[in-house]
Design a protein around this ligand. Sequence first.
Ligand code: F6P
Length: 542
Amino acid sequence: MNRQSRPMLPEWQALERHAAALRSRSLRELFAEDPERGGRLALRAEGFYVDYSKNRVTDETRVLLFRLAAACGLAGETRRLFAGEAVNETEGRPALHWALRDLSSGALAIAGEDIMPRIRDVRERMAAAAGRLRAGQWLGHSGRPIRRLVHVGIGGSDLGPRMACAALRFFSQGGPRIDFVSNLDPGQMGETLRRLAPEETLFVLASKTFTTQETLANAACARDWLLGRFPDRAALARHVVAVTANPQAARDWGVAAENVFEFWDWVGGRFSLPSAVGLPLMAAIGPERFLELLRGYEAMDRHFRSAPPEANLPLLLALLGVWNAVFLGLPAHAVLPYSHALRLLPAFLQQLEMESNGKGVDRQGRAVGYATAPVLWGGPGTDGQHAFFQLLHQGTPAVSCDFIGFRRSLDPFADHHEQLLANLVAQTQALAFGRGREELARDHVPVAQRPFRAFPGDRISTTILADELTPGTLGRLIALYEHKVFAQGVIWNIDSFDQWGVELGKTIAARLLPKIKGEAPASDEDSSTRELIRYVRDGQEK
Ligand code: F6P
């Protein structure tokens, strides 16, 4: 690992100088200079076509960025990741999510133990459970088959399976209907339970730690609901399963031992979809399709480890992200899937990128002094075009975008898909090249309206296309972003696998709870907190 503060690296400084020179060059100029730019600044690999020509980059930028990655020791860090070394330094453990989709028959010794048999064993147990659910053979306490599944989890124990179940809905014939409950707001569980019958409902309690407040509160609600219908704790064995790295806590809660599906502390929550956290997805699409998803992940893992830098997709996305955030100073990044099925991808990537790389201290504990992960947000196209794209085109914050689309639709209807793709490409063109004075005049736009109807252009975007959204494509797409995040963490010299920033709020909430309930005085809190609590209490006492 290169421990040097990044801005001290000559390769970093070279990029700063380069950015200063390139900042004044417009995308129009860059395209005019090189008629083949669109084809040249594009990469085909692992079933993806990635067009990055609408980034403010030149060949020199690329060379300088590869040099930076090398100077930061990316190759060595990648070897350490895949050797199972403790790359998560602040928590002193490896990050082995990639082992979950290693479908070889090989061994993987970590701290003297081959971890692969445990991974394969859980996967087989998941397949057996998913098979029973899909065949209507998982019977509830009353003897009725389970038809509904409620996945209870939050963060990494929710966003992955929730996103993937939506993404692969097309492939989910025959599985149980699945709801997701994550929020502490009782309204979400209440609304879900109103539509369900206990006799045919199975709860999946997913929590790596099995200590998460939201999940335990919702789990307690589910248990009360079940026991309200079956006043017999034995019923829980047929209506509750747990997915956790803390099996003892799940058993203590009341989950039957045979219903506990384990994963391990070396799988970060936001990387956990290919573990037992993917159980609802496997129930939805079946074990075979789930395996296709894993094969997709595995293919991208191989690609990331073996492709040379100039042909390496995750590295390319990582470097573009670093370039845009650090050297061009873009504070935000939008993910725009032109796919209804991928509508939850931005929320999933929000956790993956912002929880991993939203850090201000480097691995040596120093304030970084440069931008790290930008604010990531987004939503599906074309819906976004009628909502927030106004800001992308004419707003003051500069936002880089990932447009994601597919050549073919799984649900073709008339020319809808071509319309969708026309919109995708049109948006990237409008963002990049805008609409200047000449076009406004040519289009006879009244002079008084021209300031409002001009588009500045030079809005950065990368377009990621694939054939169609299959389980394999989804696996490759998620792994693409996972390795992007890892590579960026190395370049930014931050620990991408911890998340200490979520702790403080949890501690304070625990302290405030008795005060909100009126069981303890709030007089020792700051004046804002005191008044907020007073206001809440006044409302509760009416
Ligand atoms: O609070 C953040 C977090 O720890 C995430 O990193 C994690 O994915 C989520 O909470 C849920 O944690 P668990 O799976 O332990 O319930």
